[in-house]
Design a protein around this ligand. Structure first.
Ligand code: YH5
Length: 281
């Protein structure tokens, strides 16, 4: 079972866990330097916890298509002070969104309780770092690299390809000494996928699962909404709620979202109705 630092479960069966997104990239904060960034992060996280977030995901690398690469020092300087500030105030699980072994180590030492890696521990040293750190790890599928992944993604069978890739990464993790019970799988919506490929993966989410591991789904405010509905990023909340609900219905165990309260209300409402369906069957 995935557990938090105090031994309590990270995932309860029958309930979808909420991962709230905290951006630590410079464009996500008002331009007031490090202390303001930490203060703003604390305010944002405080609100997400009040709204019911189970996990807070913090990342210092922007993986949006075309985003500039960031060096390890800069990534560290963005996230570590924020993690320090958060662990002193809150006992929520903090997830570090990084691909770098160095950042994983520093973040977990500062109190992060989970690693979220969009490159599924393929960077140098990441497998052994994660084995050593012994915290839950989300392994995400990406085809290509952030700068170019959306140019012309091609799959013979997107769902089978994603499942096979994740299954191979699970095998690599186990071979490197990670505890299989610490692994979470993620199809990587928007990471080297067309709209049709993203929707196929969402419809077939249960077939992405490998080794019976939990699934994390991140669709919040993503470009698939623009492609379907033509909405700019700040107008994508309601569509994001629909996508989170569909992901949960199709077997997601964790949803990664910007809008915690709106998502939780929708999921809890659906769960209440589902409970009666089960009682009646
Ligand atoms: C994910 O799916 N995604 S960062 C572009 C947007 C909106 C949102 C154009 N990290 C995932 O959230 N980690 C990211 O509008 C992630 N799964 C996991 N595990 C991209 C993102 C976004 C990009």
């Amino acid at each position: 079972m995935l557990t938090k630092a105090d031994g309590s479960p990270l995932l309860q069966t029958g309930r979808v866990a909420i991962m709230g997104i905290l951006n630590a990239t410079p464009d996500s904060f008002s331009d007031g330097g490090l202390f303001l960034a930490v203060d703003e992060a604390i305010d944002h996280v405080s609100r997400m916890i009040d709204e019911g977030a189970d996990i807070i995901d913090i990342g210092g690398e922007s993986t949006r298509p075309g985003a500039a690469p960031v060096n390890a020092d800069e990534e560290m300087q963005r996230v570590i002070p924020i993690i320090d500030g958060l662990v002193r105030r809150f006992d929520v699980t903090i997830s570090i969104d990084t691909s770098r072994a160095l950042v994983m180590g520093a973040a977990v030492n500062a109190g992060a309780g989970m690693i979220n890696d969009v490159r599924a521990l393929t960077e140098e040293g990441a497998l052994s770092a994660a084995a050593e750190l012994n915290v839950p790890v989300c392994l995400m599928h990406m085809q290509g690299q952030p700068g170019t992944m959306q140019l012309n993604p091609v799959y013979e069978d997107v769902t089978a390809n994603v499942r096979d890739y994740l299954s191979q990464r699970v095998a690599a993790c186990v071979a490197a000494g990670l505890d299989i019970n610490n692994l979470i799988l993620d199809p990587g919506f928007g990471f080297g996928k067309t709209q049709q490929q993203n929707f196929t993966l969402l419809n077939e989410l249960q077939y992405v699962r490998s080794h019976d591991l939990p699934i994390l789904a991140g669709l919040s405010r993503k470009s698939v909404i623009e492609q379907a509905l033509g909405l700019v990023v700040n107008d994508r909340i309601y569509a994001s709620i629909a996508l989170a609900l569909l992901a949960a219905r199709n077997g997601a165990n964790i949803v990664r979202v910007h809008d915690v309260k709106a998502t939780i209300d929708a999921l809890r409402m659906a769960e209440a109705v589902e409970k009666v369906r089960k009682e009646n069957s």
